[in-house]
Design a protein around this ligand. Sequence first.
Ligand code: PEP
Ligand code: CO
Length: 454
Amino acid sequence: MLTTHKHFQANATGWTPDTWRSRTALHQPVYPCPTELQHTLQRLAQRPALVSAGKILQLKTLIAQAQDGQGFILQGGDCAESFDHCSRETTASQVKVLQQMTQVLMQRLQMPVICLARLAGQYAKPRSSDSETLGQETLPVYRGDIVNGSTFSPQERRADPQRLLQAYSCCASTLGFVRALYETGIDDLLKPAHWSTAWIDTHPEKAAFHRTIQGVQHTAQFMAALAGSDTDRFLHRETFVSHEALLLDYEHALTRQEPGFDGWFNLSTHFPWIGKRTADLEGAHVEYCRGIRNPLGVKVGAEVSPDALLALIERLNPHNEPGRLTLIHRMGADQLRKALPPLLNAVTRSGAKVLWLCDPMHGNTETLACGTKTRRFEQIMGEIEVAFSVHREHGTRLGGLHLELTGEHVTECLGGARNLQPEDLSRRYLSKVDPRLNYEQALELALRVAHLTH
Ligand code: PEP
Ligand code: CO
């Protein structure tokens, strides 16, 4: 049974940064040259940290407040980042859409909305198969740019340790640019010229949506006029970054102690999460994550039993530390109503302090007859709406959303105000893994959620 303690224990029992190595680590690549891997990891371990322990703990405090009903989390970004898109344009448009969504939600929810980007580290992907066959040829599957290339050739599909350093460099430049954007003032991204809202004119909620956006623009203008006061804190205009802690060699190389802080931190990101496929209680990912002090996320699918979930909570947060654990359910619109209640009841009964997030993307993926992977906007919205009501009915609170989206005008998901059809998808389908909401669909989703809850 869990009990609440005011203090945490900095060091998990029997844990060191490499105890995960004695466990089974799923979804890891096989590197053809282990010596080259070791040399590269040593170099990576010498590189400066990407984020600070202080900021990680600040995020944990914000999550703890959200657990108490004082905050909402917007977690979103690419399914998989790619080296090719590590650019000024892609990063700026990602920050813009996330920031606009954050402000829209904050305008209506009237509480802090914490923006948690899937950014600067989302380079490794779990895949359903280890290999891929095209015609006569079978090659290792693409596991994300941090491991290998997506092009179907033996050279590209080879797991290349140099990519670990390349990923690190992309993360460092992305973070550097994001910090520069925030330093020089994110207000600019909230000025009317930066919003594309033509799509709203055909929407039934047209007037209300325009009012909300104008509210955000006026607030931004007003806050800019107060320059010099503590506006950043007031508007929560900062972005934290997150990624799936999948490639354990990379996470381990950036696991450090910092002077003045107890315990160990993953300094590659503020918020690592454990994916659905690697959340085995005795597996390497859970073992690695239990010992770091970052706030953690865990994806929870419809197949997880209440007992398994409680065991995972106990393992990852044995002292019931506030802000430590976020459970991200991703069940699919059809399954959620049946599968979520037993989990909510079990967690509530246990007294465990968690924040619940809904990922309405990963349970709603479908492959069309033409072979294209897509998601339907209305199904995504549907899962969110059901999630809000199921939580309400069970006396729990949905504290945020986890989305795959981009600030660019891609055509990967169906529907939305422009009502994208299957034949539209080939126009601008850029994702190498899962389909993302585009700028308009993402903004529409934020507006609809904002208007749902109030
Ligand atoms: C993801 O978030 O991209 C992902 C693979 O999710 P899940 O672990 O929930 O399948
Ligand atoms: Co995905």
